[in-house]
Write a protein that binds this ligand. Structure first.
Ligand code: PMP
Length: 302
């Protein structure tokens, strides 16, 4: 699914066959979840193959490595160039890109001695999800920001995501809505969350979440379309039965929510401002104009 005999990945400066690449079984990354990574997508746009928000993602990777005290000296520019080359070698256009910084053999709990950059790419042709998600409030909380660097994308954090996601699936839901240590809404297992009420969008304030690049892109779209939004702390009860809601992240893009804890969102998705944001995002990743949605918005708001 992710690679075949011909797939090539980037391993510490070299382009090597995925099937021949090796990692160390004595690494701190494997034993302690001490690695940082990114999730990025490329699209076949009218202007050629483009990695969406490439600089933002690689800047975040460098910051994640720095906050985990992992030695890492790739520049954003070098990583972006290496990724375009890797897409070309693998003949991919619509792709998922997974860079990961892994550490060298070390069983101690002191900071990393040496790290390696690996970049993996695979085909991601399915567009955005059209099924609306039924989500539930998780019994798991997101990691305490006093225990983890929550704004860094660290592998170890995702054990919490697996617990929350699987709990939701076991209970017959599509995904989890995970609260923070104060029982305010934080995010999903791998995406940020918004809800819409009376023509305005709301999303959890920073502090307990991974503030996503897609979340920032939603703000950018809202600014351009004249849609108002607010970052604030709120309880799940405020979101239950709101007009609309969505998850957003690089992989999922903008996914409509059907219900939270079996309480449906009120509007037809197509009638919500959130669906305009979803359409605009699709246009943006494909480098197409979306400002025509602005006038429709004004009509909606009357
Ligand atoms: N929160 C979590 C926990 C995530 O794993 C992700 C996906 N990286 C996001 C939010 C969304 O981040 P982005 O929009 O940068 O993909």
């Amino acid at each position: 699914m992710y690679y075949n005999d011909d797939s090539v990945l980037f391993f510490d400066g070299e382009y090597v066959k995925a099937k021949d690449a090796k990692t160390d079984l004595y690494s701190q990354s494997l034993h302690y979840g001490y690695s940082v990574f990114e999730g990025i997508k490329s699209y076949k746009t009218a202007n050629g193959i483009k990695i969406f928000k490439a600089e933002e993602h690689y800047d975040r990777l460098r910051k994640s490595a720095e906050s985990m005290m992992m030695p890492f000296d790739y520049s954003t520019k070098d990583m972006v160039e290496a990724t375009y080359k890797l897409l070309e070698i693998n003949r991919l256009s619509n792709a998922y890109i997974r860079p990961i910084v892994i550490s060298s053999p070390n069983m101690s709990l002191s900071k990393g001695q040496k790290s390696y950059l690996v970049i993996e790419v695979w085909n991601w042709d399915n567009g955005y999800l059209t099924n609306k998600m039924r989500i539930m409030t998780s019994s798991f909380q997101r990691p305490n920001p006093k225990a983890f660097k929550v704004e860094a994308k660290v592998s170890g954090h995702y054990v919490n995501s697996i617990l929350a996601c699987q709990e939701a699936k076991d209970k017959g839901f599509d995904e989890a809505l995970v609260l923070d240590v104060n029982e305010n809404v934080a995010e999903s297992s791998g995406a940020n969350v918004f809800f819409e009420q009376d023509g305005k969008l709301f999303t959890p304030a920073k502090g307990n979440i991974l503030p996503g690049i897609t979340r920032a892109t939603v703000f950018e779209i809202c600014d351009n379309l004249g849609i108002s939004y607010e970052e604030k702390f709120f309880k799940p009860e405020e979101m239950q039965g709101a007009d609309a809601g969505f998850f957003c992240g690089t992989a999922a893009e903008i996914v409509a929510l059907d219900s939270l804890d079996n309480i449906p969102f009120k509007l037809n998705w197509e009638d919500s401002l959130s669906s305009k944001v979803q359409t605009a995002y699709r246009h943006l990743v494909l480098e197409e104009d979306y400002l025509y949605l602005k006038s429709e918005n004004l009509i909606l708001e009357k």
